[in-house]
Ligand binder design. Structure first.
Ligand code: AMP
Ligand code: ZN
Length: 112
């Protein structure tokens, strides 16, 4: 399958990994938007948040369990933001479900 993040999971495309378990991979974003910017993905291919259903939604729980571990291990006690972009209007550019974990700067709200 021609999917960038599946190729990162398989190792075909290199990444700077920062967390991995059986279900989840996290790696540093190549174009960071904050001093701490990690992409957290399920290893299983799901094209986006609009394709979550009762059969596959367990991966979302696994991603958020990983996020809590990453936050603890990286001393993000001051807080962080988790972002999912979905579809064209949401600004999604890679069609493999992923969550941006952003931290170490004051993140404005509402987002632009
Ligand atoms: P989105 O725009 O929400 O689909 O996010 C895709 C993200 O993947 C962007 O923040 C990109 O900078 C990031 N990205 C694209 N290619 C790579 C790569 N090879 N390694 C790490 N991050 C990447
Ligand atoms: Zn994929």
């Amino acid at each position: 399958m021609d999917c960038l993040f599946c190729k990162i999971v398989s190792g075909e495309i290199p990444s700077k990994k920062m967390f991995e378990n059986d279900d989840v991979l996290a790696f540093y974003d190549i174009d960071p938007q904050a001093p701490f910017h990690v992409i957290v993905i399920p290893k299983a291919h799901i094209s986006g948040a609009n394709k979550i259903n009762s059969e596959n939604s367990i991966v979302v729980a696994k991603v958020f369990e990983a996020i809590a571990i990453i936050a603890k291990e990286n001393n993000l006690e001051n807080g962080f933001r988790v972002v999912n972009n979905c579809g064209e209007d949401g600004g999604q550019t890679v069609n493999h479900l992923h969550f941006h974990l952003l931290a170490r700067r004051n993140l404005s709200w509402p987002p632009g």
